[in-house]
Design a binder for this molecule. Sequence first.
Ligand SMILES: [Zn+2]
Ligand SMILES: [Zn+2]
Length: 255
Amino acid sequence: MEILLIFFFSHWFISLFFHTFFLHRYSSHQMITMSPTVEKIFHFLTWLFMGSSYLVPRAYAVMHRMHHAYSDTEKDPHSPHFFEDVITMMRHTGRIYGDLVAKRTFPEKEFANNLPVWDALDQFGDHKVTRITFGTLYSLFYLYVIFILEAPGASPFFLLLLPIHYLIGPVQGAAVNWIGHKYGYRNYNTPDKSTNGEPWGLFLLGELYQNNHHKHPESLKFSKKWFEIDFAYPTIKLFSLLGIVKIAKEGQTNA
Ligand SMILES: [Zn+2]
Ligand SMILES: [Zn+2]
């Protein structure tokens, strides 16, 4: 059982880290700068760890910049206030994202600056065969542990976790977008409906402090109150101390 839980939480937190660090704080907001080589390494790792549900950084960043510009209006790609349920919202977001990835639509000029572009990796990572290969590998690992290794406590019920692995990027994104603009408390009176979620914020590496983030979109640290914890922030600070990245927008670190 432990081996499956370790695998599940490792995939959850490592892919989420690259989601918040590379897709959100770097690609969308440029709170951090890095050399072109380091960018390629982190771009590659984002693909590797998001695997079957890899989100193409340039499309993610454009969509996220739209989210900030049009937050909780009809032009917001994922406001929970315009959809009856989270699945309908995800499908709407997926269409906008898919059009940007396939270049059927092009971003407005204000959203198109400084996007991390690596067409070869993005096309490969977005390909059906690549996605299915990752999904097959996750499934084979579970099947091996449950039915061949017969690890103690590893019951077939663990197979129910597989859909989360297959869709880990969109699942985390939808949780943040739905909960973080609908449920929780507000530290700041912002024009949107953003909220901060606790204790679930701990499991989303700072991403659920949407209200703090919308008030201070220039701030690398998403937590503002003493009881809020953004685990991604000290990790990025460590990268900066090691000289791997530079912090461009430290912003306001506390309320
Ligand atoms: Zn943001
Ligand atoms: Zn938001």
